[in-house]
Write a protein that binds this ligand. Structure first.
Ligand code: ADP
Length: 736
């Protein structure tokens, strides 16, 4: 090998080596570049990773601090709330404590702990028993005379009961508390001790004020009762004399004066009665005195009394008493009459024309009791809707021009409502202004056991003609007659009735006709029938039989019946007509105003005991014209003597008389032969509750209150007219 070759070889080898170096360098550069990238990447990554961790750490630090703040806030407000609650519980004057199921104190406020001051042991954990012992043994509570041990036992037993009743405890330091203990969940007991010292003091003051007011009220009632008596007695003379004066021959002017004295006197008496009753109701002094009485008759009597006023204004007073309803009940007759007088009186007062209709219906409520519904319906001025609600209030008069011309105290309905409520009933009113008003009440009353057994005398009539221009009256009569098994034909006028009877083939057994009818009235109808040769018996219905004396047809009547009609009177007349001999098969002494009458016989003997000369005069004038023998006694002793000598059929007995009063005289007469059954009727000016009961307890049969009312007086006389004496009533004598 040549040097060249060697050189060439070497150069080649160098070139190869250089190439290899170059290659290696490039490889190294590439690797370095890659390393740099990785490093940069690593750096970047490292940088990134660090920020996230810091952010994460920051976030969690924030959350933690917020949570800490929240917790602190919550804790602060919880502490505040608890403090506030507890401060409040501590500031109230009422004691508050909680005990656990073992009856150990858990917590209590200052007011609760206050009573145990000086006892450091009184702290949470102390047993209830120990607290009670401190109260009892240390005299911190008033035990009202109970021994300490017994009191403690009772207090502990109280907590053992299922429901712990509230109790009142007075502490020796002077305050009084009502203690309420309640079982809470888990057997805890929460105790609330309410301070009632103030309210008790207030109640005591009220009680004291009430006692004083009651005493004043009693004094007022007594004063009113005395005044009432003092005023009534002379008023009796005024009203009675004025009434008699009205019946004498007077000029129109004189009659007006006398009538004004009479009506003013009556109005004054009504006011006295209202005020007296109202004050009694106010003072809760009004008591009821139930006794057997006849409801139908009671309403009838009220109607008779109010009839005069109604007649002046051509109002018809009608009564529709349920046919199948008994009439005798147990109730306070005086109060019942007062209710009816007020309602019917108002109806008459506020009605110019039309009618006032009293309806009584009833259903059997339970054994021996009837539920009654009584309505008084009128066709008067009515009451505006805005006044309806206040109408039963005191002094509630509808203040308008249409109304104020009527006198009254505005107490009547308030009294009526209270009376009905006292009897356990309810009262209501419906009204339409300008059309009319209907007052109604419902009551449950026991039936009177003394209800007389009415012997069922046969009625042998078949067909009755009724003539009355008033539709409601015709309907009532029709129902009453049909209930007796009679065929009834109704006519609305006298002319119509005449034609019906005069028609060939007419076969009526009886005509019942109203007196006052337009055109042909009842008496003219009777006269025309007789002239035409019809002998059909006629019964006349009249609201004022006494004024019929002079009509020539009077003698043709079989009977005159007082309107509104008592069913009982009607049935009796039908029975009498059915008996051809005219003898009454159902004769009963107390059978009603139109008792059977004989033409001959002695007169009824009436004894009246009355110390006051004016009252004797009033009495004798009121019965003037009756076919009776009247004698007077001036005190109780004289009455007994007169009873022995004259053997009267009926005695009217004044109650307050000097020497021996009416009660004592009655008791004595009841012991004497023939005295036990004798009807004795009290005359009294007393109006206080209890008077009536006293009087009846002394053995009198009825009470008539002064001033006497002629119709009621006559009703009593007729009612007790015995069989076999000549008729007391002059008018009826002519018609019999
Ligand atoms: P007063 O003594 O005034 O009649 P009441 O208490 O009996 O007192 O009646 C109160 C008022 O109710 C009457 O003044 C009248 O305005 C009204 N009132 C009562 N009944 C009727 C009636 N039937 N029709 C119209 N208004 C009546």
């Amino acid at each position: 090998m040549t040097m060249f070759d060697k050189l060439t070889q070497e150069r080649r080898a160098r070139l190869t080596a250089e190439r290899q170096l170059d290659h290696r360098t490039r490889e190294l550069d590439a690797a370095l570049a890659q390393l740099d990238t990785v490093r940069r990447e690593l750096h970047r990554m490292r940088q990134q990773g660090h920020t996230a961790a810091i952010a994460e750490a920051q976030r969690s630090a924030e959350v933690q601090s917020r949570a800490r703040e929240d917790t602190e806030t919550a804790q602060r407000s919880a502490v505040m709330a608890e403090r506030r609650l507890w401060d409040s519980v501590n500031t109230i004057r009422d004691g508050f404590a909680v005990f656990n199921r073992n009856h150990e104190l858990v917590i209590a406020n200052q007011a609760y702990l206050g009573v145990f001051s000086g006892y450091p042991e009184v702290q949470p954990g102390i047993p209830y028993r120990r607290l009670v012992e401190i109260l009892a043994y240390d005299g911190r509570a008033q035990l009202d005379g109970v021994a300490a041990d017994a009191w403690i036992a009772a207090m502990l037993a109280r907590w053992d009961s299922d429901r712990i009743d509230p109790m009142i405890l007075t502490f020796s330091r002077g305050d009084t508390a009502r203690i309420y203990d309640r079982r809470a969940r888990g057997g805890d007991i929460v105790s609330l001790v309410r301070d009632i010292t103030e309210s008790q003091r207030h109640a005591a003051e009220l009680e004291d004020a009430r006692r004083r007011a009651e005493a004043a009220n009693r004094a007022k009632s007594a004063f009113l009762a005395n005044m009432s008596h003092e005023i009534r007695t002379p008023m009796n003379g005024v009203v009675g004399m004025a009434e008699l004066l009205c019946d004498t021959a007077l000029s129109d002017e004189q009659h007006l004066y006398a009538e004004t004295i009479r009506s003013s006197g009556e109005a004054l008496l009504n006011i006295i009665n209202d005020v007296l009753d109202f004050s009694k109701i106010e003072a809760d002094k009004l008591t009821l005195h139930p006794e057997p009485f006849d409801l139908e008759r009671c309403i009838h009597e009220v109607l008779i009394l109010l009839q005069a006023g109604a007649r002046n204004r051509s109002i018809d007073l009608l009564m529709d008493y349920d046919l199948f309803l008994p009439t005798r009940f147990l109730a306070d007759p005086g109060r019942m009459r007062q209710v009816m007088t007020n309602l019917i009186g108002n109806a008459v007062k506020f009605t110019e024309k039309g009618h006032v209709l009293i309806r009584v219906v009833g259903i059997e409520a339970s054994d021996g009791q009837q539920q009654l519904n009584v309505t008084v319906e009128d066709t008067g001025i009515g009451i505006a809707p805005e006044n309806i609600d206040t109408i039963f209030g005191e002094f509630a008069q509808v203040e308008d021009q249409a109304n104020r011309k009527f006198e009254g105290t505005g107490l009547g309905l308030a009294i009526t409502r209270r009376l009905i409520e006292l009897m356990g009933g309810q009262i209501w009113v419906e009204s339409e202004l300008g059309k009319g008003t209907c007052f109604g009440f419902s009551l449950t009353l026991p039936l009177a056991e003394d209800a007389p057994q009415v012997p069922a005398a046969p009625i042998r009539l078949h067909h009755v003609l009724v003539a009355d221009d008033h539709l409601i009256n015709r309907t009532i009569l029709q129902r009453q007659l049909e209930a007796q098994g009679l065929a009834v034909t109704l006519c609305a006028s006298g002319v119509e009735a005449f034609e019906a009877i005069d028609r060939p083939g007419a076969n009526f057994d009886l005509l019942i006709t109203d007196h006052e009818m337009p055109g042909l009235d009842g008496l003219d109808l009777t006269a025309r029938l007789r002239t035409a040769g019809h002998r059909l018996p006629v019964i006349l219905l009249s609201s004022s039989p006494a004024v019929l004396r002079d009509h020539p047809a009077i003698g043709e009547l079989r009977a005159i019946l007082q309107k509104p009609l008592l069913r009982h009177d009607l049935v009796r007349q039908l029975q009498r007509l059915s008996n051809p001999d005219g003898a009454d098969e159902t004769a009963m002494p107390a059978a009603g105003p139109r008792a059977p009458r004989a033409t001959g016989g002695r007169r009824m003997r009436i004894l009246t005991a009355e110390d006051n000369r004016t009252n004797r005069l009033v009495f004798s004038k009121m019965v003037e014209g009756l076919a009776i023998d009247l004698s007077f006694a001036e005190d109780g002793q004289q009455a007994i003597e007169a009873f022995r000598q004259t053997k009267p059929d009926l005695i009217f007995m004044d109650i307050s008389m000097p020497e021996m009063d009416g009660r004592a005289a009655t008791r004595a007469i009841r012991q004497m032969p023939g005295g036990a059954q004798l009807p004795i009727i009290a005359l009294t000016a007393h109006a206080m509750a209890g008077d009536q009961e006293d009087i009846l307890a002394a053995g009198l049969d009825h009470v008539l209150t002064k001033p006497l009312k002629k119709p009621l007086l006559l009703d009593m006389i007729r009612r007790y007219q015995p069989d076999g004496v000549c008729a007391v009533d002059a008018v009826l004598d002519q018609t019999g």
